[in-house]
Design a protein around this ligand. Structure first.
Ligand SMILES: *[C@@H]1O[C@H](CO)[C@@H](O)[C@H](O)[C@H]1NC(C)=O
Ligand SMILES: *[C@@H]1O[C@H](CO)[C@@H](O)[C@H](O)[C@H]1NC(C)=O
Ligand SMILES: *[C@@H]1O[C@H](CO)[C@@H](O)[C@H](O)[C@H]1NC(C)=O
Ligand SMILES: *[C@@H]1O[C@H](CO)[C@@H](O)[C@H](O)[C@H]1NC(C)=O
Length: 478
């Protein structure tokens, strides 16, 4: 196909656009939205694109009935030629766009209009099957392969999936039923997955009813997840929110998650497969997260952590009616480490456990795990937190002969529920200290007095992901 016949709208993308031509202030593109025609699309992204096309140019029909899998696949295929020519945006207008899985390409933006809904197909033929992840050895639902995620990418650079709060609806009930009925041949698909990719932005979208995990960056770096609303029934199976997995330099900001599993689950592979793959999750920032998950954790570290998890910084976290606050899950056989974890300014309402650490989270890919592979859990810092209506302050179970060490908790006030236990802390095989913590912690975490109120670390220096620049992009749509 010749480029000339491609149905492209050429756009003005840039910071320098000036519509009003007034003084210095008028040169700011923020003025654009209020002074220009409503057909302009303006948003923030890591890259603006030189070209744009609509999915309707490739035959897509937004009636909620017609399958658009081929239209999305064709669009990406044909537009991929612009990767080396300033990049391209694929625009999805208002409508209900039924589709199976499709893959993105590099230097590419997928933009959903605020009234656009991507509806995940329930035709199994529209879901290609991939091999299990090498760091897991097998699928989570079934040993064989796994269905490719609805929006997928591998070996990509510079990709944006965004929208003015447009929706991706996984229509998960279909998959949850199959899961509960033991009818799955392969592991359920996720909504958005990037593998082996660099510089990815996923922002300003609503994700509904995922078949399983919602957002899964794996073996990737420089990942920005911003302004995502994730909604799934609180009893839906494995509907984790955002799962950075063997990734470096990730930022998750301003997300609101209601789900049936952990709101954020930090991972890095499973037992002997994760150990031999050896790829940690590190340099992770989580800011301004609101989580509602009555049967799971606000932020879980593990249980698959066999490539290691280090340097996680979480701040300004709100948990409401959630089972646990920060939870470390590991087991004999996992190996590796969870270390240098920093959490501050967390507010919790109605929790079963404010804090939890499980050294016996026994779920193994197979019986070949190494019983001598003991995880190292070290330098875990929690500070400046308040909670109300907490049933159990903390349940810390380390591993016998492999204590979890360097636990530091300071300036934390937990308001206990009327029915809570008299001794709301249980601690076995853990070591560390506390200061200014109420109710009074277990003996293993002795109070070091008020002068140690600032003893729990939170690093001052920024991480490289905070330096990633976001530009304002403007597209003139016809
Ligand atoms: C997402 O939307 C919010 C509010 O509408 C806006 O402030 C923010 O810049 C947007 N983020 C991105 C990455 O576009
Ligand atoms: C996005 O849409 C969801 C679902 O309708 C809504 O709950 C959320 O508040 C919206 N977010 C923004 C920033 O408008
Ligand atoms: C406190 O938590 C219990 C569950 O443990 C819940 O039933 C109750 O409604 C909560 N109370 C308030 C005031 O939120
Ligand atoms: C303790 O934490 C609260 C927030 O929960 C914060 O406002 C206060 O400044 C902290 N105190 C110290 C001494 O850091």
């Amino acid at each position: 196909m010749n480029i000339a016949v491609l149905p492209l709208l050429v756009v003005a993308a840039a910071l320098s656009v000036s519509l009003t031509g007034g003084g210095a202030e008028a040169r700011k593109v923020t003025k654009l939205e209020s002074t220009s025609a409503s057909t302009d699309v303006v948003y923030n992204a890591i890259s603006c694109r030189a070209h744009s096309a609509s999915v309707t140019d490739f035959g897509a029909v937004g009636d909620g009935q017609t399958s658009n899998t081929k239209a999305f696949q064709d669009a990406v295929k044909q537009l991929s030629r612009f990767a080396s020519d300033g990049g391209v945006q694929l625009y999805v207008p208002a409508g209900k766009w039924l589709t199976g899985s499709f893959s993105l390409t590099s230097h590419f933006t997928l933009y959903l209009h605020r009234d656009a809904v991507l509806l995940a197909s329930q035709d199994m033929n529209e879901w290609p099957v991939l091999k299990p992840l090498p760091s897991y050895g097998r699928g989570r639902d079934a040993a064989a392969g796994r269905y490719q995620s609805l929006i997928f990418g591998t070996n990509l650079a510079d990709v944006v999936v965004t929208g003015n709060n447009g929706t991706i609806d996984g229509q998960g009930a279909f998959w949850w039923q199959k899961f509960h009925g033991g009818k799955l041949k392969y592991t359920r698909p996720y909504l958005v997955e990037f593998m082996y990719s660099d510089t990815i932005q996923i922002s300003n979208l609503t994700l509904l009813n995922s078949p399983s995990w919602n957002v899964h960056p794996v073996y990737s770096s420089n990942v920005l997840v911003q302004g995502i609303t994730i909604l799934a029934p609180v009893k839906s199976p494995n509907t984790d929110g955002i799962n950075p997995d063997s990734c470096t330099n990730v930022k998750i900001e301003d997300c609101y998650i209601v789900s049936g599993d952990d709101c954020v689950a930090v991972k890095s592979g499973w037992d002997e497969y994760g150990i031999s793959y050896g790829m940690p999750t590190q340099q992770l920032i989580i800011r301004r997260l609101t989580c509602i998950s009555p049967y799971s954790a606000t932020i879980a570290l593990g249980s698959e952590m066999s490539g290691g998890i280090r340097d996680v910084r979480a701040e300004d976290i709100t948990a409401i009616n959630t089972e646990s606050g920060i939870r470390i899950k590991t087991a004999v056989g996992r190996g590796a480490y969870v270390k240098d974890i920093y959490v501050k300014r967390m507010v919790m309402h109605t929790m079963k456990w404010a804090f939890k650490m499980d050294g016996d989270y026994k779920s193994h890919p197979d019986s070949h795990y190494d019983p001598n592979a003991l995880p190292v859990i070290q330098n875990i810092n929690y500070r400046d937190m308040v909670a109300e209506n907490v049933s159990v302050a903390a349940r810390f179970n380390g591993i016998s002969g492999d204590p979890f060490s360097g636990i530091c908790i300071a300036n934390v006030t937990l308001g206990m529920a009327a029915k809570s236990k008299k001794y709301p802390w249980t601690c076995t095989d853990v070591q560390g200290m506390t200061s200014g913590v109420s109710p009074r912690p277990c003996e293993a975490l002795p109070d070091q007095g008020p002068e140690k109120i600032n003893a729990c670390d939170f690093p001052e220096e920024s991480l490289p992901i905070d330096e990633l620049e976001v530009k304002q992009c403007t597209y003139r749509m016809d």
